[in-house]
Write a protein that binds this ligand. Structure first.
Ligand SMILES: *Cc1c(COP(=O)(O)O)cnc(C)c1O
Length: 476
């Protein structure tokens, strides 16, 4: 593919900018020393350039995207339409409250809806992602212990199945991480938890259902053990898609949670983002929440919390993401959210059952919205790894599942189909997985050299992440 810089021809262009209406400012020594080198191309060239780029990406609009734990569900277009409303896009965060009552109503309604879904009392929309929410939630936990002059609580307990952001956030919040192993079922080992808690326990971070796709049946006992030791319990909400309308973290005993609106509530991830990781808490933690909360029920006002931990992001977070997520929640309604979770669980179990003939499932229980398979045997016997299977899926137009996570399963592939795939789609996907499995046995070389039909083959992933080539170098 030709880069846009390579399509550039001096003097060509499609500039339709209006005449400058303001005085041109001379920045003196701070001004640009060299001409700005922008590609000079026609509108046709630009259009083709972006279309070509779009063809080379993979998103939920292209095909199956079973990236476990990330909930890559279809993002309904109505979300974009609502968020594009002038009343949401044409406002400034410093506008007086009485001129943006609609926006405040959105924040208030979103707080009510998401608190009801999670069993929390208050919520902030400042954090921009799940990991950012974890950090914020841990600061709430810290502020709570500090307010009680309980300075000896320096440790956060994290199970070994946890997402890497959990221990990372705990360290960033100034805590020491205590890792506890899972039991053979992939759940929290109660004995190990009892041994780990004590006077130095600030809290426990947990995902439920956990990262192997299982609901921890001991959850009430787990939260009780931590509370009895004087700690608080943090809920990593990345897997909420399994339980909406069925059960609530607040009822399981959790004190603080984050949601990933870009996972469960159908707003775009990553490059299509930005994200949003609202943090909910029980009433006794509300006075520590960052920034401001919306109070009243029309007119609405912003109220600063008395013992706020301070701002964790500018203004009110990624507000338009909240608009999209709220649109989704209100469109589905209570019954719809419940049905979405039930179907997410049904789809995952259908896929797991159908694939279990060939692929090894280390936890052979009814799963929640995702499941983990292990390629350990194949890796040992025929030298075909989880990575090889993931790469082979690319040739079928399928995005690879999450790989090598959770760390407690060797050669792991973690599959989350989401509720937005039909049975027909799932059947096609099952056929793809089966064909790859057969090929791995009959012609392993073909699988080990996959993908074959993508624009690029196997890249050096470390170099791609560490030394990305993001700038065009002109040869002077
Ligand atoms: C995605 C995820 C996170 C982090 O969320 P981001 O929004 O990506 O920062 C944390 N925990 C789990 C289990 C996740 O899947």
């Amino acid at each position: 593919m030709k880069l846009i810089f390579e399509r550039s021809v001096k003097g060509r262009g499609c500039s339709v900018l209006p005449e400058c209406e303001v005085p041109v400012w001379d920045f003196g020594e701070y001004g640009r020393k060299k001409e700005l080198r922008l590609p000079e191309v026609s509108e046709n060239d630009i259009s083709r350039h972006y279309t070509e780029l779009a063809k080379r990406t993979h998103g939920v609009n292209d095909g199956f995207y079973p990236l476990g734990s990330c909930t890559m569900k279809y993002n309904p277009k109505i979300n974009e339409r609502t968020a594009a409303n002038d009343g949401f896009t044409g406002v400034h965060p410093l506008q007086p409250e009485h001129t943006v009552q609609g926006c405040l109503e959105v924040l208030k309604t979103a707080e009510q809806v998401f608190c009801e879904i999670t069993g929390m009392d208050r919520m902030t929309f400042q954090p921009a992602a799940g990991a950012h929410g974890e950090f914020t939630g841990l600061l709430l936990i810290k502020a709570y212990h500090d307010s009680r002059n309980d300075g000896k609580r320096t440790k956060i307990i994290v199970p070994d199945s946890a997402h890497g952001t959990n221990p990372a956030s705990a360290v960033m919040a100034g805590y020491t991480v205590v890792n506890i192993p899972s039991d053979p079922d992939g759940c929290v080992d109660l004995q190990k938890l009892r041994e780990a808690v004590g006077e130095d326990t600030a809290g426990l971070m947990l995902t439920n259902p956990n990262t192997v796709g299982l609901f921890d049946k001991n959850i009430l006992e787990i939260t009780r053990i931590v509370h009895d030791a004087g700690g608080l319990v943090y809920y990593d909400g990345a897997n909420l898609n399994a339980i909406m309308g069925v059960t609530r973290p607040g009822d399981m005993g959790f004190d603080v949670i984050h949601l990933n609106l870009h996972k469960t509530f159908s707003t775009p991830h990553g490059g299509g983002g930005p994200g949003s990781g609202p943090v909910g808490c029980k009433d006794f933690l509300a006075r520590f929440l960052p920034s401001v909360q919306v109070e009243g029920d029309g007119p609405y006002t912003f109220v600063r919390q008395p013992d706020s931990i301070g701002m964790v992001k500018a203004f009110y977070g990624n507000f338009l993401v909240v608009v999209k997520a709220l649109t989704y929640a209100l469109m589905l309604g209570k019954d719809g959210l419940w049905e979405a979770s039930r179907n997410a669980v049904l789809n995952a179990n259908y896929l797991m059952e159908k694939l279990a003939d060939k692929y090894k499932m280390p936890y052979r229980r009814t799963c929640m919205h995702e499941f983990v398979m292990s390629l350990e045997q194949e890796h040992e016997q025929i030298d075909v790894s989880a990575m090889d299977i993931a790469k082979a899926l690319l040739d079928y137009g399928i995005h690879p599942p999450t790989m090598y996570f959770p760390l407690i399963v060797a050669e792991a592939l973690m599959v989350e189909p989401t509720e937005t795939e039909s049975k027909e789609n799932l059947d096609e996907i099952i056929r793809a997985f089966e064909e790859i499995y057969e090929q791995a046995r009959t012609n392993p070389e073909a699988v080990k050299t996959a993908p074959h039909v993508t624009p690029v083959g196997r890249l050096d992933e470390v170099q791609a992440a560490r030394k990305p080539h993001l700038k065009y170098s002109y040869d002077e």
